[in-house]
Design a protein around this ligand. Structure first.
Ligand code: XIL
Length: 380
């Protein structure tokens, strides 16, 4: 039995509110009843992922598309009954929150937070600083290095202060290290170099600004491929170690966990352990397991695995990622990157691949979902 960590919200209360008012906090009008909804409401109780995860002492989370949360009752039921933590899939990114210089749009992110509160869920903030999904005004604007640094400080402090009190864990910086194990040369890296500073020093500054603006949230560095031991995770390790030695308020490392069956299973547990041994929290923050899917005669793709052996491997890897997290005391949160194959980012980013999530194209649970429940039952 794992030590149960204190949850931010009483779980019994949380589950009661799920049953009573799953969508109370959403501004959108209630959509028509879904004929399959009762099937899901019936699942509220001791067998949901979130109930089993609570017994196992871990948060189980999902990345949420806020449009679907407002418009699709089946989607919303899954989010609210199965998960104890939510991450904004897109609406807390820079381009969404800060679309024009000095202009902030909090609405979609706040709707997600209100829904989480009504359903007893914690919120992972994602993400204060990333090189993708930046607004055009920032990437195409003719800013000096000094102005870029000031803009970064303003954005981080404004966003962290705005959501202070509502965020359990913040992905303060996302993907700051390149695949080959060097610091990614983001616009801020370049700006700092121009200012005569080490390029990567912006990361330490961002952690300090975030802590000042939101002292309560646990501050994470989040990245992909940290699951594997190699140049990338090795640099991440020494970088984090150096920041800790310098007193930078970094408190966690997020392992995205975007796995692909064409590569081997990573030595995830060892990597979780070595970062945890630095005194940090660790979390699985964006898990999905993609594979090649079948192509139709017209050239488009199904969302069905092309190879049954790889499908079996997918299911197994889901179980393994959760087992690895549960085996490491400091791994306190496990988030899947999307509700179902119908809305996953995978087909849009990896041609010919898909079927990476726990629910199928019709938002029905797959064997992967059962595999996670099994692991959680075994852990409690
Ligand atoms: C993805 C979203 O899922 C997509 O909807 C969006 O178009 C692009 O970003 N790593 C991250 C996430 O940290 O923010 C990314 O999310 C997936 C990869």
């Amino acid at each position: 039995m794992r030590t149960t960590r204190p949850l931010l919200v009483g779980a019994a209360l949380a589950l009661a509110s799920v049953a009573l008012a799953p969508s109370a906090a959403l501004a959108a009008p209630a959509p028509p009843a879904d004929p399959n909804a009762s099937e899901h409401s019936a699942a509220i109780g001791e067998n949901t992922l979130r109930a089993l995860a609570e017994a196992a002492g871990i948060e189980i989370g999902v990345a949420v598309n806020t449009d679907l949360l407002a418009s699709d009752v089946k989607y919303r039921n899954i989010v609210n009954t199965q998960y104890s933590s939510v991450t904004a899939e897109n609406v807390m990114k820079w381009e969404a929150l800060n679309p024009q210089p000095g202009v902030y749009d909090w609405e979609a992110a706040e709707a997600l937070i209100a829904n989480a509160e009504a359903n007893g869920q914690v919120v992972r903030g994602h993400t204060l600083v990333w090189h993708n999904q930046l607004p055009a005004w920032l990437t195409t604007g003719d800013y000096s290095a000094e102005e870029l640094r000031a803009t970064l400080e303003e954005h981080v402090k404004t966003v962290a202060a705005h959501f202070a009190g509502d965020i359990q864990q913040w992905d303060v910086v996302n993907e700051v290290i390149d695949d080959n194990g060097t610091f990614r040369e983001t616009i801020w890296y370049q700006a700092y170099e121009e200012l005569g500073l080490p390029g990567e020093q912006y990361v330490a500054d961002v952690f300090r600004w975030a802590k000042e603006a939101d002292p309560e949230a646990v501050l994470f560095y989040n990245d992909y491929n940290l699951e594997f031991t190699g140049p990338k995770s090795n640099l991440a390790y020494t970088f984090v170690q150096d920041m800790l030695a310098d007193g930078v308020p970094i408190e966690g490392v997020g392992f995205q966990g975007h796995l692909d069956t064409q590569y081997g299973y990573p030595d995830l547990r060892n990597n979780l352990e070595r970062f945890a041994a630095l005194g940090l929290e660790v979390a699985m923050t964006e898990v999905d397991v993609r594979t090649f899917v079948t192509q139709k005669p017209n050239g488009t793709y199904t969302n069905t695995p092309a190879d049954p052996a790889e499908e079996a491997q997918q299911i197994d890897w889901w179980a393994q990622t959760l087992e690895d997290c549960l085996a490491v005391e400091a791994c306190n949160s496990y988030t899947v990157w999307g509700v179902s194959d119908a809305h996953s980012w995978i087909p849009g980013w990896f041609t010919g691949q898909g079927a990476g999530l726990l629910y199928d194209m019709h938002d029905n649970p797959k064997a992967q979902y059962e595999a996670l429940r099994e692991v959680l039952r075994d852990a409690s």
